[in-house]
Write a protein that binds this ligand. Structure first.
Ligand code: XIL
Length: 342
C-alpha cells in the first residue's frame, strides 16, 4: 500500500520537486516521489524569476523536464506560480528609463508571461496557481508592485489571460495563513467578486505550512468549508514544523534533555521518538480533516519529498534542522505514513 493508493478515491496526493530531482541528481528522492505520489508541482523552477529572468528570454529547460517527468509517470501536473510578488524579476516592474512601468506596460507583461508559459504547456499542465499570496492576514490586499500599479484588477486580468492561454486548465488562487478569520473573509470576498465578474476560478489553494500548535484546526476547518462552498479546495505546500516559529508556534513539547537554544534548534541530529509522536498525531488529525471533507478537496500536496530537501531547514530561521515531511533524510517512510495508509 502506498500513499497514492490509500487516497485514490479521495484526492490526489502530491509532492513538490526541485531541480535536483528533476535533473536526476537525486534518483532516490525521485523514486520516493513516483512511488508514493500521483501529482507533482515545481517548488521553484516555474516561478517568474526563474522561467523569464529577462524580458522575453524564457528558460524552459527545467520546466520541460518537469512536465515530461510527470507525463511519464502518469501524474497530475500542477503549475506554480504565474503571478507572485516574490521570486519575480525586477525587470517586470521597471521600464527602460528605470522608472516604474505604466499600467499598460505591466498588463502587457503579465499577458505575455502568462500566455507564453501557460500556452507552452497547454493540455499538459493540468492546473495553475494563477495568483499567489495577494491578500494580507487582515484581509486587505497586499501592497505589492502588482497592486500598486494596477490595483486589485491584476488578479482578474491574470485569471483571464490564463484562461485564454488554456481554456481547459484549472485555475487557482493560492495563499498562506488561510485559517485566519480576517484573511478568510478577504479571500472569500475576492473570490466572490471574481465569480460575479464571470472570471473562471476553479479552486483555492490553502498553503499548509503548519506547526504543532498553529493553526487552530477548527479555524482551518472553517476556512475549508467557506472556500469549499465557493470552489474546489487544494491543500498545498503541506509541511509540519516541529520547531518554534518566531511569531507564534511554540514548537514541540520537549523533555529536560533538550532545550531551545537561541536559534531554537533543539534536534540537530535526530528527532526524539516522543517528538515524532506529537508530529504523527498532528499530521493524522489534519488528514482526518481532509478525508472528512474529501468532497471539497481535490488535491493534497506536500512541500517536498524528504526532510533533507525541505525549505523549512532554512526558514523562518536560517540553518535550523527541521523534520516537516513524510519521508526522512534517508528516504525512509516515517511512522506517520503507516498511520495514514492503514
Ligand atoms: C519557497 C521554496 O520552498 C524555497 O525553496 C524558496 O527559496 C522560496 O520559496 N509560499 C510559496 C512557495 O508559495 O513558493 C514558497 O516556496 C514558500 C511559501
Amino acid at each position: 500500500l502506498s500513499l497514492k493508493n490509500a487516497f485514490k478515491d479521495n484526492f490526489y496526493i502530491g509532492t513538490a520537486l526541485n531541480a535536483w530531482q528533476i535533473t536526476g541528481r537525486q534518483p532516490e528522492e525521485l523514486k520516493v516521489a513516483t512511488q508514493n505520489f500521483n501529482s507533482i508541482v515545481a517548488e521553484n523552477i516555474m516561478k517568474s524569476a526563474q522561467i523569464q529572468p529577462k524580458e522575453g528570454k524564457f528558460n524552459f529547460e527545467l520546466a520541460d523536464k518537469f512536465v515530461k517527468l510527470g507525463e511519464e509517470n502518469d501524474m497530475h501536473i500542477h503549475g506554480h506560480t504565474l503571478i507572485w510578488h516574490s521570486q519575480a524579476p525586477d525587470w517586470f516592474f521597471t521600464g527602460k528609463d528605470g522608472n516604474t512601468v505604466s499600467e499598460e506596460v505591466l498588463i502587457q507583461r503579465i499577458r505575455d508571461h502568462i500566455h507564453t508559459v501557460v500556452g507552452r504547456y497547454k493540455g499538459r499542465v493540468h492546473s495553475w496557481d494563477v495568483v499567489n499570496e495577494a491578500i494580507e492576514d487582515d484581509g486587505s490586499y497586499r501592497d505589492s508592485k502588482f497592486y500598486q500599479i494596477l490595483g486589485e484588477d491584476f488578479i482578474k486580468l491574470a485569471f483571464e489571460f490564463a484562461h485564454e492561454a488554456d481554456p481547459e486548465a484549472k485555475l487557482y488562487y493560492n495563499d498562506y495563513s488561510m485559517a485566519v478569520p480576517e484573511k478568510r473573509r478577504g479571500v472569500v470576498r475576492m473570490v466572490e467578486r471574481l465569480k460575479n465578474d464571470n472570471v473562471q476560478i476553479d479552486g483555492i489553494g490553502m498553503q499548509g505550512h503548519i506547526g504543532l500548535k498553529h493553526p487552530d484546526i477548527m479555524e482551518f476547518e472553517k476556512s475549508l468549508e467557506a472556500y469549499g462552498n465557493l470552489v474546489k479546495v487544494m491543500i498545498t505546500e503541506l509541511d509540519l514544523s516541529v520547531l518554534p516559529s518566531p511569531w507564534g508556534d511554540a514548537g514541540a513539547e520537549i523533555s529536560d534533555n533538550y532545550e531551545y537554544d537561541d536559534k531554537m534548534n533543539p534536534f540537530p541530529d535526530e528527532l526524539p521518538a516522543y517528538v515524532e509522536k506529537q508530529f504523527t498525531k498532528r499530521y493524522v488529525e489534519f488528514f482526518e480533516l481532509f478525508l472528512k471533507h474529501h468532497d471539497k478537496i481535490e488535491r493534497v500536496t506536500l512541500w517536498g519529498v524528504n526532510d533533507g530537501n525541505s525549505w523549512k531547514n532554512n526558514w523562518p530561521v536560517r540553518g535550523r534542522i527541521d523534520y516537516p515531511l513524510l519521508f526522512d533524510r534517508k528516504n525512509q517512510a516515517k511512522p506517520v505514513v503507516n498511520e495514514l495508509i492503514t
